[in-house]
Design a protein around this ligand. Structure first.
Ligand code: NAD
Ligand code: ZN
Ligand code: ZN
Length: 389
């Protein structure tokens, strides 16, 4: 089959790889009808995710039709149309039982590696390095889905791929970002990053009762899409974000701050970011947490900082003094997608939100390598890419 594979920093290819096979009775194989490129894939593209190997198949936002089912899988049958969460979860362990699917303690066969780095291992993920299981991803014609009686959700008749594909990741992630803010109604929520995840966080914050959303980015079409959702927008290259947020909140700060940017923040002119870049380049640091630092400073006393942008390792100069003295709450996760799926599917069905609003590019799998670049460089108005194998 054809798949998008990784061959080093900036080198993604569409090439022939072997077809996936059922390896366990609970598996299923799906024929991919749509898959997407995520901001998390860009960290791989940019070479900042460790434990990638030549030829690894990428992709973790995938849906399609079931073409083969393992003998122990009682949930799926051939012909079912399903969306596959990016997190691989057994459904039975301590964490899965409590709804912490992205903390599944069984689905990462390489958990020792992860434990060395992080103290313990999260769930395995599709197409996201050998640290997180070494599973082949879904930017491919076919995908093997482990524990396929837990993760995939069946798509009701009449719904298009475009309406449901993002239930695999970015809609639950944006929703979780807002959910972690514990909104009760009337709050001001500041969202850093108006990429696909930020867009869903903005809309979810309104769905959950925020009165005002302040959205921060610099890419004009992304800021425009945030304004369409009702957000006040700030351009971090034109305005002082801290000053502007204080101005908008009577000097208090936002009730909740969402970091939907993560490790590769753009902050060329700021001193902290220059130091981060030097440290990363000389292997003395792993991440560039400029946005997280700013989000902490911009959060009101006893407010919440919700982090969904991905970080990999040890973060420097996080203003913990500010956080403890002002009583901030930090919340964060790789999204336990399965926890949110049924409820969000219902919201899409009811018409609360149509997730397809974020798509700007639809193309063939063969166009994937070029579109990684277009998406990363934010060229051609690109916000979200959907590929049709
Ligand atoms: N926690 C999870 O489960 C989960 C799931 C999906 C994605 N993610 C992460 O969420 C993040 C966003 O993903 P995406 O698909 O929207 O990616 P993206 O790269 O398209 O979006 C990031 C946006 O941040 C903006 N940005 C950069 N520097 C900024 C700054 N200093 N201030 C404000 N905005 C800034 C960029 O212009 C861009 O629009 C990534 O780190 C991704 O890995 C996490
Ligand atoms: Zn993702
Ligand atoms: Zn589990």
């Amino acid at each position: 089959m054809k798949a998008l594979t990784w061959h080093g920093k900036g080198d993604i290819r569409c090439e022939a790889v072997s077809d996936p096979r059922i390896e366990d009775g609970r598996d299923a194989i799906i024929k991919v009808t749509s898959c997407a490129i995520c901001g998390s894939d860009l960290h791989i593209y940019d070479g900042v995710i460790p434990a990638m190997e030549h030829g690894d198949v990428l992709g973790h936002e995938t849906m399609g039709e079931v073409v083969e089912v393992g003998r122990d899988n009682k949930k799926l049958k051939v012909g079912d149309r399903v969306v596959v969460p990016f997190t691989i979860s057994c459904g039975e362990c301590f964490f899965c039982q409590r709804g912490f699917y992205s903390g599944c303690e069984r689905s990462n066969p390489n958990r020792e590696k992860a434990t060395k780095l992080w103290g313990n291992s999260p769930a395995g993920l599709f197409g996201y390095s050998h640290l997180l299981g070494g599973y082949a991803g879904g930017q491919a014609e076919y995908l093997r889905v482990p524990y396929a009686d837990v993760g995939p959700i069946k798509v009701p008749d009449g719904m298009t791929d475009e309406q449901v594909l993002f239930l695999s990741d970015i809609f639950p992630t944006g929703y979780m970002a807002a959910d972690l803010c514990n909104l009760t109604g009337g709050e001001t929520v500041a969202v850093w990053g108006c990429g696909p995840v930020g867009q869903f966080a903005i809309r979810s914050a309104f769905l959950l009762g925020a009165e005002r959303v302040i959205a921060i980015d610099t890419v004009p079409e992304r800021l425009a899409l945030a304004r369409q959702a009702g957000a006040v927008t700030l351009d971090f290259k034109e305005e002082d974000i801290y000053d502007r947020i204080m101005e908008l909140t009577k000097g208090r700060g936002a009730d909740a701050c969402i970091d939907a940017v993560g490790s590769e923040a753009d902050a060329t002119a700021s001193l902290d970011s220059i130091i981060d870049r030097v440290k990363v380049a000389t292997f003395m640091g792993t991440d560039r947490p400029h946005v997280l630092r700013q989000a902490i400073h911009c959060c009101r006393n006893f407010g919440t900082v919700s982090i969904v942008g991905v970080y990999g390792g040890l973060l420097d100069k996080i203003p913990m003094g500010s956080a403890i003295n002002r009583g901030l709450t930090f919340r964060m996760a790789q999204t336990p997608v399965q926890k949110y799926l049924p409820m969000l599917l219902e919201r899409v069905q009811k018409g609360d939100i149509d997730p397809s609003f974020v798509i700007t590019h639809t193309a063939r799998l063969e166009d994937g390598p070029d579109l990684y670049k277009t998406f990363r460089d934010k060229k051609d108005g690109c916000i979200k890419v959907v590929l049709k194998p």
